[in-house]
Design a protein around this ligand. Sequence first.
Ligand SMILES: Nc1ncnc2c1ncn2[C@@H]1O[C@H](COP(=O)(O)OP(=O)(O)OP(=O)(O)O)[C@@H](O)[C@H]1O
Length: 252
Amino acid sequence: MTAGAVADLLLAVDGVTVAFDGFKALDGFSLTLQRGETRVVIGPNGAGKSTLCDTIIGRVRAASGRILFRGEDIGALPEQTIVARGICRKFQAPGVLPTLSVGDNMALAARRDRRWWKSFGFGIPAAERTSVDAALAMIGLADRRDAPAGELSHGEKQWLEIGMVVATGAELLLLDEPTAGMGPAETARTAELIRSLGEGRTVLVIDHDMSFVEQLAAPVTVMHQGRFLKQGSIAEVRADPEVAAVYLGHTG
Ligand SMILES: Nc1ncnc2c1ncn2[C@@H]1O[C@H](COP(=O)(O)OP(=O)(O)OP(=O)(O)O)[C@@H](O)[C@H]1O
């Protein structure tokens, strides 16, 4: 690895093992992410993808191995501290507050001062308003700003939540099955949205919808039984017989 590559290294999952009652959900798993990279992690059910996200964000503890974010070991930090350092996770199910407006959901996510309940209702700082406006425009919901978030379609709620993850200002975004429950048109729009996140963000996407993964046009890491199996373009992993045997063969 060159000196530049080391300087641009944002996340290193280094030989991480996570055991649940002796069962290894992650088994010496390693992965590195460069700043500005979008990476897709795929693998069959139970491969350990969600456990990987849980471990990065501090919800699950590794029995061994290290997780380095910006070169610092975050493996023992509480989830809140990890989030404050710049990692944000979007879960499969949308977690927007349905009675609040689309704009207010976004404003909450954008608040740097987490004591929002003290200041909410007294207006939001100009810088945060700008990031709220930018995030609403990015997800294509600027004209729904005043609508209660509960009135959005399933896909729109997922996009709002992706926008909220972006509005937090986190440098590393973990997107866990962002197309769950979506049809083809919404899936295509989601791929476009994630591609538009561009250079400024580092994004780790977990999914097993192969048409979505193809549309993301990002490097793919394949997991199997908690272990690293392969890495490459979607075309490369699709053509790999070992991958086909454990995963693609099952999905057609
Ligand atoms: N809290 C837990 N306690 C016990 N076993 C768990 C726990 N969490 C996950 N596992 C097991 O660890 C393995 C990996 O699960 P994980 O959810 O990470 O896989 P996944 O690749 O995300 O699967 P899916 O695609 O089905 O979401 C599975 O066998 C699962 O049953």
